[in-house]
Design a protein around this ligand. Sequence first.
Ligand code: PLP
Length: 403
Amino acid sequence: MVLSERILKVKPSPTLAVTNLANSMKAKGIDIIGFGSGEPDFDTPQFIKDAAIQAINNGKTKYTPVGGIPELKEAIIKKFKKDNDLEYKTTEVTVNCGGKHSFYNLMQVLLNDSDEVVIPSPYWVSYPSMVLLAGGKPVIVNTDEKSGFKMNPQQLEEKITEKTKAVVINSPSNPTGAAYTEDELKELAQVLEKRDLIIITDDIYESITYDNFKFSNIANISDKFKNKTIVLNGVSKTYSMTGWRIGYMAGDEKIIKKTETLQSQSTSNPASISQWAALAALTGDGTAVKEMVSAFARRRKLIVEGLNNIPGIKCLNPAGSFYVFPSMEGLFNSKGWDHINKKYEGEHNSSKLSSYLIEEAKIAVVPGIAFGNDNHIRMSFATSDENITEGLKRIKEAVEKLF
Ligand SMILES: *Cc1c(COP(=O)(O)O)cnc(C)c1O
């Protein structure tokens, strides 16, 4: 049986794969500490669960409008106004089955064969795959820690061609936690100003920032930019609702409408019960979010300091998200590396190192190559302070053996 060329171009999500491996080792009784997971470790706040239970009891269990119930669209519009100073009409907003699905729908609606999408690296693992699934071509802008993992206007300019259909900005970023300041966005905007392309800003980590970092969106620069930007967001990360599958986006009415046409012929509406839960989340008082972010802030300090105390590892302070993306380059010429290099022959350096860490230290991390950078690994600090402390101790022991 010959399968589609589209599906043969993509690999399973490596971040989910690490979580599965760690879970299966745990199930066998092996004491693994997981830094792989891409979700908050907190339970969904009770008031959100209550809203879902109420929705079930009130019979909100049938099909809804394809792009979401009007109440939720209204709450999303209010959120954009209040948090982002962006005004949208109902027809400019749509609700999807998770932020990942929002991006997927967009790619399907925007791309023709070989249309290009500019994606800064390190990137969220799913962007290039979703571009490929839509027949497009991911064009990668490489950044490294010297620029704080942010692209500059020249780098962006170099990658834009006549085929460029869209540019992706993910700030704060998964996997690096890097976030663009308003001034940096203005500089990038100068490159994008005269171009006929769509800017997709994935703001899923908007609410998870530290040290009073002021979140900005390129859509705020001018009406012109608002018109060429699709803003993507969701409740998964902010409200610890990854399993509920609600994402949303806002922007050009024509594009949004076509994503609803696509959705009407594929998933139909996002789960009705989840929509009512998301409505409660967006209209809640934000206390639960504040508590979660203050726990993340404490853990961020713990993990960044701990990693920088280990020989050969260098870690930047992320401006947002709950990930660090430390450089492991210093280990690749250690005495012990030869052995690891041979043992896992044929794999990428960051994968070799991740295999060593899971076997030697019982620590699960995601190899940086999954995000387009082989000198790094991604670690999520959405786990308990105890796990972080114990995990760092184990990594230190395993790494010290290499020198
Ligand atoms: C988690 C995540 C999303 C969306 O996740 P969903 O669970 O599908 O809502 C989108 N973008 C990035 C960068 C993410 O890390």
